[in-house]
Design a protein around this ligand. Structure first.
Ligand code: GRF
Length: 215
């Protein structure tokens, strides 16, 4: 019986390096966290191989099998609900999720974004920070709401942009931050240190600042 396990489901579309970091963190620290399922919208996602290697159940829900976004979201929601997860972790899942889906999982649906939110929402964040001659960049974990990349910020990590940084080098450096940040936030959830209630988000009983926790 694994009744005391904190159950998470991870959604991916590609490489799954964040998924790997989460798998490794759970294993290395023998955390009472179980990845019940990994869902991908793409059969080609390398993260599926990573999951299988780690003995984690996987499923592909392809958009090709669904005529509308509503139908896709419904299938996704039903699959997730069957596993009764405590937390749903978006880790490079490249689909925009609709209002009904997001509201259904409100407070237990999180995402990691490669920028210091609320700055640089959307795609191509590394190119954008370089073009804007920013001095700092980073990654943010936030709650998913209907506002794309705009839900309450839980935590962030940042780095200084070096003169010779390129979009590729920033992508790599931000990934390194992500691989520490995301497992840490998931651990906080599992330990009940981070709680998302209708009245707000709390860390160890205290309301989180709007900027989230700097890690
Ligand atoms: C990460 O950079 C994450 O911030 C973004 O998608 C990327 C996923 O990378 N949401 P990976 O598939 O985990 O390697």
């Amino acid at each position: 019986m694994k009744t005391n396990m904190y159950k998470i489901i991870v959604l991916i579309s590609g490489n799954g390096s964040n998924l790997q970091a989460i798998i490794d963190d759970i294993k290395n620290h023998q955390l009472p966290i179980e990845i019940s399922l990994v869902i991908s919208d793409r059969q080609s996602a390398y993260g599926l191989e990573r999951s299988q290697k780690a003995g984690i159940k996987t499923i592909v829900i392809s958009s090709k099998d669904h005529a509308t976004r509503e139908s896709y979201d419904r299938a996704l929601q039903e699959t997730i609900d069957q596993h009764t997860p405590d937390l749903i972790v978006l880790a490079g899942f490249m689909r925009i999720l609709g209002k009904t889906f997001v509201q259904h999982f409100q407070g237990r649906l999180i995402n990691i974004h490669p920028s210091l939110l609320p700055h640089y929402k959307g795609l191509q964040t590394h190119e954008k920070v370089l073009a804007a001659k920013e001095k700092e960049h980073g990654a943010t974990v936030h709650l998913v709401t209907e506002d794309l990349d705009g839900g309450p910020i839980l935590a962030f990590s940042k780095l200084n942009i070096e003169p010779d940084d390129t979009p590729e080098s920033l992508q790599q450096r931000v990934h390194l931050l992500e691989h520490r940040l995301y497992p840490t936030v998931i651990r906080w959830f599992a330990e009940d240190r981070l709680t998302c209630l209708p009245e707000g988000v709390f860390f160890e009983g205290k309301r989180l600042p709007k900027s989230g926790i700097h890690l």
